[in-house]
Design a protein around this ligand. Structure first.
Ligand code: HEM
Length: 137
């Protein structure tokens, strides 16, 4: 085999390995940057623009089937319940309007739940992974 052919093969191998390494590293970067909860985002088939009634939300009031209303939207937070950093306090939200609980971490009577401060913007952005649709007014 001519030296030029050998050199060409080596160059092609280096380029192919380089492209492969770039693809693998950019994939793993996406995986580590992913927001917790994003992987279990609801299937599109569950997301609706049709308003969901309060009665429908009230039926999903259990640890293993938990919907909640926050600021006019309904969220299916079932998958998030076991990983909630605040533990089972999140169960108070199941089947009800938890806007005050979520936005101020206080009860309707103003009693502190945990720190008694609003959830972080990170919590608010994770919430969006569980959006089902608007609540019926
Ligand atoms: C609506 C009922 C909820 C209640 C009563 C509640 C309560 C709490 C409590 C007590 C903590 C521990 C930290 C502290 O004491 O301040 C906490 C932390 C946290 N919760 Fe909730 N939570 C609720 C819903 C949610 C939801 C729906 C999400 C997101 C999908 C969420 C995400 C988080 C996150 C990320 C933290 C860590 C601290 C932060 O980023 O604010 N929580 N929560």
């Amino acid at each position: 085999m001519k030296p030029q052919t050998k050199a060409l093969i080596v160059v092609i191998c280096v380029v192919v390995i380089g492209i492969g390494a770039y693809i693998i590293s950019s994939d793993s970067q996406t995986a580590t940057n992913i927001e917790p909860g994003t992987t279990s985002a609801l299937p599109e088939s569950q997301i609706t623009t049709t308003p969901i009634s309060l009665g429908e939300v009230a039926q999903h009031n259990k640890k293993d089937d938990c919907w909640t209303i926050i600021s006019g939207n309904v969220y299916n937070i079932t998958a998030y319940v076991p990983r909630h950093p605040g533990g089972d306090t999140i169960l108070e939200a199941c089947g009800t309007d938890s806007t005050i609980l979520f936005t101020s971490r206080t009860s309707e009577d103003g009693e502190k739940i945990g720190s008694g401060t609003p959830h972080s913007s990170n919590a608010a952005s994770q919430l969006q992974n569980y959006l089902l649709g608007p609540v019926e007014q």
